[in-house]
Write a protein that binds this ligand. Structure first.
Ligand code: PBG
Length: 324
């Protein structure tokens, strides 16, 4: 039979498929989120994220060197403090756990990896919100920006190369840029969590950071129903001077990611969040899914939708799989 179109010709052999692949994943495009917990002598496994640890300082050093050896692009650091309070004092304390961990990471692997830090108060506040509260208990946008400014200065001073603004307060990119520039940190880059949705897929992360949150983040994170709003948030972050913007979570928001990638003038990243990790691990542990194939398919799907880089808890393993 004479068929003009036989797309299967390009699928016949592994060599042909490899040659015509439209999307590739490189190790340098993977960023590993890491948790460092104050006061730990030994690393503590995160139950809902098999293979992920809350690190002690020693296990953190070892994991950083493993990440550098794997050739990934960077690490995104989260701190879990021993003490929390209403304003998240540990976030701005130069000896707070995240700032300590940042100095360690910069000295261990600062040349090989882009050391990045989460700039958000939720790990440090006793109420667990990403900002500070007003007298009526609501998250106070502008008072939170003042805290973010101070947090940015502490993180930049600790050597973080890129600050991940994940709090979803309005004006956070502009506020932090201004604080950094005024203090002379003009080279510290900003990652705007442009489109960040109020997602059930953050569930395991809340265990990873011992979150104190009761209630939800729906007054500042976006409604999963809203696609256009993702573009609006991205445009605002671009206008405010974000060096990179992000869409989060990844898998349930690939449409938003594609929209944002189509208009962005800066790199667009996506965060494959804790629940995306946990789902594949749990299904694989039950023998219901081919673990490695599912991991690589999820990552290539995120790249294909438009992410230039991906934050993933599988960064080291995926880097190994890519190099094989
Ligand atoms: C906020 C923050 C969260 C995550 C990253 N940064 C939690 C939240 O918004 O509730 C979630 C990441 C994940 O689920 O892997 N500091």
């Amino acid at each position: 039979m004479s068929l003009p179109d036989r797309p299967r010709r390009l699928r016949m052999t592994p060599a042909m498929r490899r040659l015509v692949a439209e999307t590739r994943l490189h190790r340098a495009e993977l960023i590993l989120p890491m948790f460092v917990r104050e006061g730990l002598a030994e690393p503590a496994p995160v139950g809902s994220m098999p293979g992920v640890m809350q690190h002690s300082m020693d296990s953190f050093r070892a994991a950083l060197n493993e990440a550098a050896a794997a050739g990934i692009g960077g690490v995104m650091l989260f701190g879990v403090p021993e003490k929390k309070d209403a304003i998240g004092s540990g976030a701005t304390d130069e000896d707070g756990i995240l700032n300590q961990a940042t100095r360690v990471a910069v000295s261990e692997v600062g040349d090989a990896l882009v050391v990045q830090t989460d700039l958000c108060l939720d790990e440090f506040t006793d109420h667990g919100h990403c900002g500070v509260l007003d007298a009526t208990g609501r998250v106070d946008n502008d008072a939170s920006l003042a805290r973010y400014r101070d947090m940015a200065l502490a993180q930049a001073a600790a050597g973080s190369a890129l600050l991940g603004l994940s709090g979803m307060m309005d004006g956070q990119v502009a506020a932090v840029r201004d604080a950094l520039d005024t203090a002379g940190f003009t080279d510290t880059a900003l990652l705007g969590y442009a489109a960040k949705y109020a997602s059930a897929f953050y569930g395991p992360f809340r265990e990873a950071v011992d979150s104190s949150l009761t209630g939800d983040r729906k007054s500042y994170q976006q409604d999963p129903a809203n696609r256009r709003e993702g573009l609006r948030e991205a445009s605002i972050d671009l206008d405010e001077g974000a060096d990179v913007i992000m869409v989060k979570p990844a898998m349930a928001y690939l449409d938003v990611l594609a929209d944002v990638a189509a208009i962005s003038t800066v790199p667009v990243w996506a965060y494959q969040v804790s629940g995306e990790y946990a789902m594949i691990e749990a299904a694989a542990a039950n023998g219901w899914i081919d673990r490695e194939r599912a991991i690589m398919e999820s990552l290539i799907g995120i790249r294909r939708a438009g992410a230039d880089a991906v934050l993933t808890y599988w960064a080291i393993e995926a880097a190994g799989a890519i190099s094989r």
